[in-house]
Design a protein around this ligand. Structure first.
Ligand code: ADP
Ligand code: MG
Length: 417
């Protein structure tokens, strides 16, 4: 038991039918129907291996979105092939989620066998229950078709989908109302790593927050500064620009137009509040970069030309950030320092990531683009922990209780018979 949730050590799975929810949602190449990445599939292998080796009859539930997040869902069939390759044992796929074919296949499972059901989002209740729309209580989620059809076939429910733990949906929060439940090894590991950072980090503990999701970044900043986890926050990307604007610095009209267009102008007031409370702990860029005639052009604050759009932090700021990262004991990173996809505006991100690569600190990275940057600069092996969760990680760091954590705590109280 950890955090009030059963681990795989607390349940007996031998010859038991186990429903296991994993997050193997990966970017899909629509033209070829293939997966562009397999990192999340790799990450759930330890749990599946352990459950299968311990003799579970294992039925896997998963979703696959698309590049248009809530539309055009893909089958999970390609994932079964990747899983089969990684596990070195067959993961059978069935093109049904909870109909007679799927239920028949679950009933026919033998000890150690693994079956992957089709995309749970093909069942409408899973889709219509996205957190932004119709919301059902966990008790009512237990009455949805998916749970009503599958729970009676199973002895246990295991959730290893930490990356989806911010989603309040039947495949994630419904089964725990009826079945004895546990978290898988990946869920346990990610939970431990980030609660460790929140509760008891080695100090100094530095948060590097950049990128374009300003709202999330401000909520995180506020939570980690108020809770005392962060000794310093280094800001870049649009997050840094909005703070500079709030601080009365001239970031140039194109940046203000861009921030307005993205609907973030309202956050300038939130940024002012953060600065009023925590100014001594928040670092903002003191130089920036734009692209001028196809070249990188750097400007100190106060000297930004009226028509230049800021796209990166300057090298002066990046050097300061490098020093802080190198003398920290813990560093958490979410969001790049600039438009790192473009060669002229990647310098800030590249320099900070270089420091992440050689600092002795315990380094944790989360967020899709931050992970892409980590791969681009060849730092994957040098980072202490790369979280599979994006939205879930952010929700956790803003101090909110994750719906799946709440449900798993409930399911951990149901005794196994
Ligand atoms: P993550 O996916 O790591 O959580 P975000 O999605 O919040 O990060 O932000 C990444 C995106 O932000 C990248 O596509 C990057 O190009 C963009 N970005 C970074 N800095 C700027 C900037 N100054 N202006 C506009 N876009 C930026
Ligand atoms: Mg992103």
């Amino acid at each position: 038991m950890r955090f009030g949730i059963n681990t795989l050590d607390d349940i007996d799975v031998k010859d038991k039918t186990v429903l296991c929810r994993i997050d193997i949602n990966q970017p899909v190449d629509r033209a070829t129907g293939t997966l562009k990445d397999t990192a999340r599939i790799e990450a759930c292998i330890p749990t599946l291996k352990e459950l299968s080796e311990k003799g579970a009859k294992l039925a896997l539930l998963a979703h696959q979105g698309s590049d248009i997040e809530y539309n055009n869902f893909w089958t999970t069939e390609p994932h079964s092939k990747v899983l089969t390759g990684l596990l070195g044992r067959e993961v059978r796929f069935i093109d049904d989620v909870c109909g007679p074919a799927a239920r028949g296949a679950i009933k026919a499972l033998n000890r150690g066998e693994i079956l992957l059901l089709d995309n749970v989002r093909f069942v409408s209740e899973e889709q219509t229950l996205f957190e932004t729309r119709l919301l059902l209580s966990h008790e009512d989620q237990a009455k949805t078709l998916l749970v009503r059809k599958l729970a009676p076939l199973a002895d246990l429910y295991v959730c290893d989908a930490f990356a989806a733990s911010h989603r309040d949906q039947p495949s994630l929060c419904g089964f725990e109302q009826l079945l004895p439940s546990a978290m898988g090894r990946l869920f346990e590991e990610e939970f431990c790593v980030i609660s460790g950072i929140m509760e008891n980090p080695d100090r100094p503990c530095v948060f590097v927050l950049g990128g374009a999701k300003i709202n999330d970044a401000f909520l995180m900043m506020s939570a980690v500064l108020a809770g005392g986890a962060a000794d310093r926050v280094l800001t870049g990307g649009l997050v840094g620009e909005v703070l500079l604007w709030a601080d009365g610095k001239d970031i140039g009209e194109p940046a203000r137009v861009y921030i307005r267009k993205e609907g973030y102008e309202g956050l300038v007031d939130a940024a002012k509040e953060l600065l009023a409370k925590y100014r001594d702990k928040i670092s903002m860029p003191n130089d920036v970069a734009a692209v001028d005639n196809g070249k990188r052009a750097e400007f100190p604050l106060g000297k930004i030309p009226a028509d230049s759009l800021i796209l990166d932090i300057g090298t002066g700021t990046a050097k300061q950030y490098q020093q802080i990262v190198r003398s920290a004991k813990t560093v958490f990173v979410n969001g790049p320092m600039g438009v790192f996809e473009d060669p002229y505006t990647e310098t800030g991100t590249k320099m900070v990531w270089d420091a992440l690569g050689d600092t002795a600190a315990y380094t944790v990275i989360g967020g899709g683009d931050s992970i892409t940057a980590t791969k681009k600069y060849g730092k994957t092996g040098a980072i202490s922990y790369i979280c599979t969760g994006g939205g879930a990680l952010i929700r956790f760091l803003t101090g909110e209780e994750l719906p799946v954590v709440k449900a798993l705590r409930h399911g951990s109280k149901i005794k196994q018979t």
